[in-house]
Write a protein of this length. Structure first.
Ligand code: 13P
Ligand code: SF4
Length: 302
């Protein structure tokens, strides 16, 4: 296809790499240099030699890449591809809550805006959240903004007091235990793999809980042939590409993150050709948000 070869040509010409999250459209994942979960993509952004990073994902991911590599040009093809959960916490509210609670350590999920990161002690993704919280010497933690991931962490790190924020991901929050039970009855042989952003009842009924790459690895290694999946359905592109003869059912029939699906191939092409849309952040924010992200990168996956 012509647009695909043009993208390849422009990438070489500009020494650009294309990073894409597993929730992006298939046509984007097919044309990316790297696909991965939030942690893997942040790690690549931290060490790439490319001059330009085109981030096919949502804004907090591109911002994280910019904070880790401020000298590089970071492009987000769709300017308003945001994460509704990230917008559920503001810097002012986090500082107010922190004061109210007597100054606990602030752990912010990487799904936050840059100014929230700038007032956090350490970041985490769903892949390392348990290890991040376990690594802290402090006993009290304010976990921002996902209450489901925070609760999942609290259940596993028993020696900490984890204060939860009232944020959630609309896509994962919609997974309903009744729908899951129906699927389990209909497909009794199927194993259930869900993302920790899912509600507790759904997590408790799962055989595996993990990040997007955790779910991918679980399905790839399992000898089971049928799976019920509790995460955004874009993950099925890489799962199907790397496995054969397995069947999948998404809880509720479908799960879409509309922001992840905004980027089409044409937008990727326009992003590289016209340098759209460059992420710019205040130098002060970059300096303050760097430390918690860098600290997170040094912690292992769970
Ligand atoms: P992962 O870190 O598991 O890739 O998830 C990112 C995300 O946005 C989940 O909704
Ligand atoms: Fe945000 Fe949920 Fe979309 Fe992930 S799936 S980017 S948490 S809205």
């Amino acid at each position: 296809m012509e647009i695909e070869s043009e993208i390849s040509r422009l990438k070489k010409e500009q020494n650009a790499i294309v990073l894409a999250h597993y929730y992006e459209l298939d046509e984007i994942q097919k044309n990316a240099d790297f696909i991965g979960d939030s942690l893997a993509l942040a790690q690549i952004a931290a060490k790439t030699n490319a001059d330009v990073i085109v981030f096919c994902g949502v804004k907090f991911m591109a911002e994280t890449a910019k904070i880790l590599s401020p000298e590089k040009k970071v492009l987000l093809p769709i300017e308003d591809a945001g994460c509704p959960m990230a917008d559920m916490a503001t810097k002012e509210d986090v500082l107010r809550k922190k004061k109210e609670l007597g100054n606990p350590v602030v752990v912010s999920y990487v799904n936050t805006n840059a100014d929230v990161k700038s007032v956090s002690d350490i970041c985490c993704t769903s892949a390392n959240a348990v290890n991040v919280v376990s690594s802290l010497s402090e006993k009290e933690v304010l976990f921002v903004p996902d209450r489901n991931l925070g609760e999942y962490v609290a259940e596993r790190v028993k020696d900490k007091v984890v204060h939860l924020w009232e944020g959630y991901c609309p896509t994962h929050e919609a997974f309903d235990i009744k729908e899951l039970e129906k699927l389990k009855k209909r497909y009794p042989e199927a194993l259930v793999a869900v993302h920790p952003e899912s509600p507790k009842a759904v997590r408790d009924a799962a055989d595996f809980i993990g990040s997007t790459s955790g779910i991918l690895g679980f399905v790839q290694k399992s000898s089971a042939e049928e799976f019920i999946i509790g995460t955004e359905e874009g993950i099925l592109f890489e799962i199907k590409r790397t496995t054969s003869n397995k069947k999948f059912h998404i809880i509720g029939g479908s799960a879409v993150c509309f922001n992840m699906k905004k980027t089409r191939l044409e937008d990727l092409y326009n992003a590289i050709k016209y340098e759209r849309h460059e992420i710019t952040l205040d130098e002060d924010i970059i300096n303050k948000a760097y430390a918690p992200i860098k600290r997170m990168i040094s912690i292992k996956r769970g």
